[in-house]
Design a protein around this ligand. Structure first.
Ligand code: F6P
Length: 326
């Protein structure tokens, strides 16, 4: 591999709080180690449409606390075609960019894996998604902030739920994974969670609610991950409502509020740490890996592994919800 002098950085897929902190860390670590760093706008599309500009240290000043991504993001279909990749590669060469750092989720890493297999451009991934569904890293940037947003909202809903003695189904994000529902569910004292990874027959849920009613619980909060197989919070609420006619049922969908806001201290810390690690990985001649953390330590995980395996849900955490609702 040739010597790296110029690093390109982009954010791709759904945005997450802390992406700006990660960009800042890559820019500053790059400059610190003697590289030039170039911001690529609108994800992989920016490589195709040549939206590439050098970033200096002052360009990332005052960004660590901001949600979203100032480089903008996209899910690029064009990049996933051979023609798109070739145009992207030619534009990188035009700008003399010889390495890439990609902040995003597993879809973005799949693109990076294919690109680095095809072209002589080392690619380093930084996990950024609120879903925390990337195999090989304990946490992804944005997950902690999203959970804090969820519990803040659920705490408010709990006030009105218990005043009216209502049952609430609250839908949280997580198209393919239930990590938001799981950790937020534990943190807000949810009575149950419904997630894509575990099938919960509607009868089991009803039994569970029945027990709660017998114990005269004044409110019930069920967190439903949007990818839950029974069809989302509204469908489940309808099915439950039929059998609990005396009970007042409401549904709230938290939606994109979970993706915004100023990143938590933990997400800023994680983003800063992984941004620096990404530059160091390039200096160590890594070329197709994600930087992540396992047991509080920075690790390198090959893209081939992180995009293929499914991150498992810890069954002990599921049990916690049950134990805490005795
Ligand atoms: O991948 C992050 C995520 O927020 C998912 O939890 C959610 O299903 C999806 O993005 C929503 O995507 P969009 O913003 O395109 O509607």
């Amino acid at each position: 591999m040739g010597k790296i002098t110029n690093i390109g950085i982009l954010t791709s897929g759904g945005d997450s709080p802390g992406m700006n902190a990660a960009i800042r860390a890559v820019v500053r670590a790059g400059i610190y180690h003697g590289f030039k760093v170039f911001g690529i706008r609108h994800g992989y599309n920016g490589m195709i449409y040549n939206q590439i500009k050098e970033l200096k240290s002052h360009d990332v000043a005052n960004t660590i606390q901001r949600g979203g991504t100032f480089l903008k993001t996209a899910r690029s279909k064009e990049f996933m075609t051979p023609e798109g990749m070739e145009i992207a590669y030619n534009n990188l060469k035009l700008n003399k960019i010889d390495a890439l750092v990609i902040i995003g989720g597993d879809g973005s890493f799949r693109g990076a894996l294919e690109f680095s297999n095809k072209y002589d451009i080392p690619c380093i991934g930084i996990p950024g998604t609120i879903d925390n569904d990337i195999f090989g890293t304990d946490d992804t940037i944005g997950y902690d902030t999203a959970i804090n947003t969820v519990i803040e909202a659920v705490d408010k809903i709990r006030d009105t739920a218990s005043s009216h003695e209502r049952l609430f189904f609250i839908e949280v994000m997580g198209r393919d994974a239930g990590f938001i529902a799981l950790r937020a569910g534990i943190a807000c004292g949810a009575e149950a969670i419904l997630i894509p990874e575990v099938e919960t027959p509607i009868e089991t849920l009803k039994e569970h609610l029945e027990n709660g009613f017998k114990r005269k619980k004044s409110s019930n909060i069920i967190l439903v991950a949007e990818g839950e197989k029974a069809g989302g919070a509204f469908e489940i609420a309808k099915a439950v409502e039929k059998d609990f006619k005396d009970y007042s049922v409401r549904v709230t969908v938290l939606g994109h509020i979970q993706r915004g806001g100023s990143p938590s201290a933990y997400d800023r810390f994680l983003a800063s740490r992984l941004g620096v690690a990404a530059v160091e990985a390039l200096m160590e001649d890594q070329r197709s890996i994600m930087v992540g953390t396992q047991n509080q330590q920075v690790v390198y995980v090959p893209f081939s592994k992180s995009v293929k395996a499914h991150k498992p849900i810890d069954p002990k955490l599921l049990e916690l919800i049950e134990i805490l609702n005795v």
